[in-house]
Design a binder for this molecule. Structure first.
Ligand SMILES: Nc1ncnc2c1ncn2[C@@H]1O[C@H](COP(=O)(O)OP(=O)(O)OP(=O)(O)O)[C@@H](O)[C@H]1O
Length: 248
């Protein structure tokens, strides 16, 4: 379980997180929504221990996020970054197997390549994609490769940062469904940041809305439309009027 309690984080006079509380159960898919600049990425970095909160605590399966063996801690996570973030100079299979080719438990090249091909197949890509370079692939295929990389080491926890950015609605739907299927199949705990409401509906078990440095609403996906929460309603319906200022 990921347990976030009273997390504060400021940059100078800019108080980005001002008491964030959130619990994500094992195997649950939590989607975090909120306007630009509300601190979603900062929260994610705090969970990964890449930023240290000024106050509060974050426990990942009982372990403090910014303490202990960093490599072992990070090995538990898979990440799909915005824009897939592939290494242009490496063929697809080496992108997928990036972590498996390094570190203490590294695999042989042959085993790593076999595993990469298997993961590529899982995300709907044929084996011949393995030897191509990222620049030769469409945006949707690059996302699939990013997803294959995120699941390559069978992580317990997967983060999806804006998984559908830059994709057309149909490809977004395909990627959302794939994410959902894979998360369920792996029994992984998932945390997704997105502005895309179709992702929220496809991926989430639970939703948390971040605004003014805190979680303004959180609940199961089934309650999204009937929450009666003015922040959530304004966000869902894209209204300029409401408690969220349109100029930020
Ligand atoms: N290292 C940093 N130094 C100073 N300010 C920072 C730093 N990291 C983030 N911020 C500020 O914190 C605020 C929240 O940023 P963050 O990237 O978490 O927003 P976000 O909710 O993920 O936005 P978006 O949806 O646009 O990606 C922003 O105003 C940003 O400028």
């Amino acid at each position: 379980m990921i347990d976030i309690k009273g997390v504060h984080k400021s940059f100078g006079a800019h108080h980005v997180l001002q008491g964030v509380n959130m619990k994500i159960a094992k195997g649950e898919s939590m989607v975090i929504i909120g306007g630009s600049g509300t601190g979603k990425s900062v929260l994610l970095k705090c969970i990964l221990g890449l930023e240290t909160p000024d106050a509060g605590s974050i426990l990942v399966y009982g372990q403090e996020a910014d303490q202990g063996d960093r490599d072992a801690f990070l090995a538990r996570f898979g990440m799909l970054f915005q824009g897939a973030a592939l290494f242009d100079s490496l063929p697809v299979w080496q992108n997928v197997a990036f972590r498996l080719l390094r570190g203490a438990g590294k695999l042989s090249k042959t085993d790593a390549r076999d595993l990469a091909v298997e993961k590529l197949r899982r995300v709907g890509l044929r084996a011949d994609v393995a030897d191509k370079f990222p620049a030769e692939l469409s945006g949707g295929m690059q996302k699939r490769v990013g997803l294959a990389r995120a699941i390559a080491a069978d992580p317990e926890i997967i983060f999806f940062d804006e998984p559908t950015t830059g994709l057309d609605p149909i490809m977004s739907g395909v990627i959302n469904e794939l994410i959902r299927e894979i998360v369920v199949e792996m029994g992984a705990t998932a945390m997704t940041i997105t502005h895309d409401m179709s992702s929220v509906r496809a991926i989430a078990d639970k939703v948390a809305m971040l605004h003014d440095g805190a979680v303004q609403w959180s609940g199961p996906i089934a309650k999204l439309e009937t929450s009666g929460n003015p922040y959530l309603d304004q966000f869902l319906h894209g209204r300029a009027e409401g408690p969220i200022e349109a100029v930020r």
